[in-house]
Design a binder for this molecule. Structure first.
Ligand code: ATP
Length: 137
C-alpha cells in the first residue's frame, strides 16, 4: 500500500512521531482533512484535536496535537505543533483537572475571564481525554 511520511515535532520535545503511514485524518482551521499519499501541496493551521493515523501494515493510532502548522507535499506531512503527545505520554488526571478548571471558568461568566483562552484550554483537555478513550462528562 502507498505510504506518506508523517513527522510531528514540538519546540519543547523535538520529534514526537515519525512513521510511514497510509492516511492521516486531522482538523485544520479549514475543516477536517484526510491526507493520503501523493496529496497536493498544502499549508494550513491545525486546531486542538485527536489526530487519527492509519499506520502502514498496522492499525489506527491517535495522537494529540494542541494546534500548530502542517505542511503537506506528495511524499511528506510535517507538523510543527505547540504541543503533541502519544497516548502513553498523556497524564489523564492532569487532563481531567484542566478540563474541570476550564469548565468552571466558563461557567462563572465572569467578565474578567478570557473566554477564548478558557475555550482553548477546554478543547486541549477534551482532545487529550479522547486520545486516552476517557468518556467526557
Ligand atoms: P495544563 O493546564 O495541564 O498545563 P495545557 O493544555 O495548558 O494543560 P499545554 O500548554 O498544551 O498544556 O502543554 C504544556 C506542556 O505540558 C507540553 O509539553 C505538553 O505536552 C504537557 N502537557 C500538558 N498537559 C498534559 C497531559 N495531560 N499529559 C501529559 N503532558 C501534558
Amino acid at each position: 500500500m502507498a505510504t506518506i511520511l508523517l513527522e510531528v515535532a514540538t519546540p519543547d520535545k523535538g520529534e514526537v512521531y515519525k512513521n510511514d503511514i497510509n492516511m492521516l485524518i486531522c482538523r485544520s482551521v479549514c475543516g477536517e482533512l484526510g491526507i493520503l499519499p501523493k496529496h497536493a501541496r498544502l499549508m494550513t493551521e491545525l486546531l486542538p484535536h485527536a489526530m487519527r493515523i492509519k499506520e502502514n501494515g498496522g492499525g489506527e493510532v491517535q495522537l494529540f496535537v494542541s494546534g500548530g502548522f502542517m505542511e503537506v507535499t506528495p511524499e511528506k506531512i510535517t507538523i510543527l505543533a505547540d504541543s503533541a503527545e502519544n497516548p502513553d505520554d498523556i497524564d489523564v488526571e492532569r487532563a481531567k483537572a484542566a478540563y474541570q478548571r476550564a469548565n468552571e471558568r466558563l461557567a462563572k461568566k465572569n467578565p474578567e475571564i478570557d473566554i477564548d483562552r478558557a475555550e482553548a484550554a477546554l478543547a486541549r483537555a477534551k482532545a487529550r481525554l479522547i486520545v486516552k478513550g476517557v468518556p467526557i462528562p
